[in-house]
Structure formats: structure tokens, C-alpha cells
Design a protein around this ligand. Sequence first.
Ligand code: AMP
Length: 116
Amino acid sequence: MASIFTKIINREIPSDIVYEDDLVIAFRDISPQAPVHILIVPKKEIATVNDVTAEDEMALGRLFTAAAKIAEENGIAASGYRLMVNCNEDGGQEVFHIHMHLLGGRNLGPMLAKHD
Ligand code: AMP
């Protein structure tokens, strides 16, 4: 079954798309955790980082090129931002189609929540 992000890529469900090229698409997260929260997604449906192969290197590299462009366009390149990729349960992954979170627009604080 197609992932929810493949459905966004195919325009089967609506989203606020901010960038698209031959290899990746980017759209605003439906539940933003920061003033700027954009998901950058390879068009190829790869479930998790564990499923990445060498043939995906071009598309996955493009995530960074796109991130830099989108950060600039959203005015957060100089102030800074965080790029995040979650994998499986302990990583907190909810959608099993690899995606990079681009978060910024405020100071994001420590990298991880503190736990005992
Ligand atoms: P992750 O936990 O890394 O798998 O992140 C999944 C992200 O996808 C979450 O931040 C969700 O808010 C976001 N999300 C889920 N469905 C949609 C959607 N239809 N459009 C935009 N973002 C979504």
C-alpha cells in the first residue's frame, strides 16, 4: 500500500508543498513543532534508514541540497535550524517512508529531551 507521503506526491491527498524536483518533494508538517517545520521526502518510497541502498545516494543527498534551499527561502539559513531523520520505534518514526524534518524559526534547545 502506498504511504501517506506517496499519496501527497501523487496529489491524492492535499498538502502545502514548498519544493519539488525530480527526486524529492517538501511540504509543511501537518502538526508543526516549530515555526518552520517542513518534511523533505524522496519520491522513492524507502521505509526506513535501514532499507537504504547505494542506489539511493543521489536522492538522499538531494534531501540536503533541498534543505539548504528551503531554509534560505524561509529566512532561517542564518539563524539556524535542525535536520532530523527518525528510524523505527526508538527513533519515534511514525510514517514509514523516509523523510527529513527541517525545523527552525526559534531556538530549538537541547538536541534530545532529558530523561532519567
Ligand atoms: P516521523 O515521526 O519522523 O515519522 O514524522 C512523521 C511526521 O509526519 C509527523 O511530524 C507528522 O506530523 C507528519 N505528518 C503525518 N501526516 C502528514 C500529512 N498528511 N501532511 C503533513 N505532515 C504529516
